[in-house]
Write a protein that binds this ligand. Structure first.
Ligand code: FBP
Length: 552
């Protein structure tokens, strides 16, 4: 393998564990906490998880290890989108397993949850693991989005587990994957398989968190990567003084990534989906909001700026969701063929006009031509519009351009408007993990094994007090059912982990609100620069602004 100098240097990095896990495996004992309840729908969740519901939270502390000695054969999977630090979760898990007993085994199931079904695995050894320490990506075993949720799948997993003598399975994933981990844990317990299931909180989206889980891993590195790029663009904008940059940042639904990047870079505009939904803002109102900043800056001679657009924004715009729902109905079943058979866009446009309600068509007709067409081109396997493929950065810049034309015509706007568009998503998901993510992930993995060793199942590996130095981090576990509630999914009520959206009364959003009017009009950019891996702690061990504000 050709190694870059940074990769070689990162191999030598020793991730920091929480103080309580630093004295060696023989000196880690359990401190029992309080019994737990689910965040809502307690009776229903309890009934669905009779074997794993209501267990105690636990923390680890320094003391004699009282866990029972037995050979451990652990299987691990990476699930869903890549997030920096995933490799270190596996490395931490491996190191704890081998430090406990070198005859213990760690199997990596390949390509995500489907690896467990297909029994596609490798057995890790030192040489293999060492090649992935402190590196980004999920290529150590690959990832995938297959959902482990049916009884039939669980039966196959049980067979695979039996074949290998698995004592535990670790699922590294987001809210859906950890929901599935909880259901699998319950199944394994109900069927006396002896297989424990432990989850680890992953996702760059930052939406798997709550009062216990302070951050999902990968959010730190991904947002720092995007913020570096946004800062570079701000500096370019401030140098050339001729473009407005519309930058879409990943985050399938919640706007945590956009908010963090705005706090890091003090961009002129940042839309927050959750606020748009709460204020029931229309597309036109959002475009006016951005156009106000462009106008004020333009009239001050500053014909440039930066606007951050969260990937999930359009689903938060009530009128847009209504339009999407009607389009899905309009083309349901055989009607897609009828629509596709129409000879040209004009006849398709007429078909759409006739088929949509007046309210929905009023929204449709203000969309730029390319978005209108996009809505009818890209469909998912169920025939639904794929909202995530909509180029919302271009949508909003086009709507803003229309607003500015009107304002120019009525004389209120005197500037010039030229836009550039960017989408930052995949660029950040496999970056070398920041020191924070390298340490956090290694700790999550190490800690996951301590939960296994002490016999827990249906728990999420939990490392908290993250805004403090790693020495003061607190390691432990939390029953996954604590985060669950019932939600409607595909026409059925299902137990799921509640997704954490941006809280409009939370400190990060409030801080943003206190400053955004000034940032919109003034050039108050901050340039975070590249993630630093070596150097003074105040530069290398920075947490996110979100975490600092939430815990500050
Ligand atoms: P996870 O929730 O699985 O961590 O994935 C998050 C994410 O990166 C989103 O930000 C993005 O919308 C999506 O994955 C993209 O998915 P894909 O990799 O399948 O294109």
């Amino acid at each position: 393998m050709n190694l870059s100098p940074l990769q070689k240097a990162r191999y030598a990095y020793k991730p920091k564990l929480p103080g309580m896990l630093r004295n060696g495996i023989s000196e880690i004992c359990v401190k029992d906490g309080a019994a737990t309840e689910s965040v809502a729908d307690q009776d229903k969740i309890k009934a669905l998880f009779p074997n794993t519901y209501g267990k105690n939270e636990i923390t680890f502390e320094k003391g004699t290890n009282t866990s029972a000695a037995k050979k451990q054969v652990v299987g691990v999977i990476l699930s869903g989108g890549q997030a920096p630090g995933g490799h270190n979760v596996v490395c931490g898990l491996y190191d704890a397993i081998k430090a406990t007993d070198k005859n213990n085994v760690l199997l990596g199931f390949k390509g995500g949850p489907s690896g467990l079904i297909d029994d596609d695995f490798i057995e890790f050894d030192d040489e293999y693991i060492d090649a992935f320490r402190n590196t980004g990506g999920f290529d150590i075993i690959g990832s995938g989005r297959t959902k482990l949720e049916t009884e039939e799948q669980f039966k196959i997993v049980t067979e695979v587990a039996k074949k290998h003598g698995l004592t535990a399975i670790v699922i590294i994933g987001g809210d859906d994957s950890n929901t599935n981990a909880a259901v699998l844990a319950e199944y394994m317990a109900a069927n006396n398989t002896g297989v424990q299931v432990i989850g680890c909180p992953k996702t760059i989206d930052g939406d798997l968190k709550n009062e216990d889980i302070e951050a999902s891993f990968g959010f730190d590195t991904a947002t720092k990567t995007y913020s570096e790029l946004i800062g570079n663009i701000e500096r370019d904008a401030n140098s050339a003084k001729k473009y407005w940059h519309f930058i879409k940042v990943m985050g399938r639904s919640a706007s945590h990534v956009a908010l963090e990047c705005a706090l890091e870079t003090q961009a002129n505009i940042c839309l927050i989906g959750e606020e748009v939904a709460a204020k029931k803002m229309s597309l036109s109102a959002i475009a006016d909001y951005i156009a106000d900043a462009v106008e004020k800056r333009g009239n001050n001679g500053e014909n440039f700026g930066v606007a951050i657009i969260p990937e999930g924004i359009v689903e938060f715009v009530p009128e847009f969701s209504m339009l999407i729902a009607e389009i899905n109905e309009l083309l349901a079943g055989k009607k897609t063929e009828e629509f596709n058979a129409l000879p040209d866009w004009d006849s398709k446009y007429e078909y759409i006009k006739k088929g949509l309600s007046k309210e929905a068509f009023d929204v449709f007709k203000i969309l730029p031509d390319f978005v209108q067409k996009q809505l009818f081109l890209e469909r998912d396997p169920h025939g639904n519009v794929q909202v995530s493929l909509i180029e919302s950065e271009k949508l909003f810049s086009a709507l803003v351009a229309d607003k500015l034309k009107e304002r120019k015509a009525n004389g209120s706007y005197k500037g010039k408007f030229a836009a550039q568009h960017h989408f930052f998503g995949y660029e950040g998901r496999c970056a070398f993990p920041s020191n924070f993510d390298a340490d956090y992930c290694y700790s999550l993995g190490y800690n996951a094994f301590m939960l296994i060793q002490y016999g827990y199942t249906g728990y999420l590996s939990k490392v908290s007090n993250l805004s403090k130095p790693a020495e003061e981090w607190v390691a432990g576990g939390m029953p996954i059912t604590k985060m669950m509630n019932m939600e409607r999914r595909n026409g059925e009520d299902k137990p799921v982990i509640r997704k954490a959206l941006v809280e409009l009364d939370g400190k990060p959003f409030k801080y943003f609100c206190e400053h955004r009017d000034e940032w919109a009009v003034k050039t108050a950019f901050t340039y975070p620069g590249a993630i630093q891996y070596f150097g003074p702690s105040e530069v290398c061990d920075l947490t996110t602004r979100t975490l600092a504000l939430e815990k500050g």
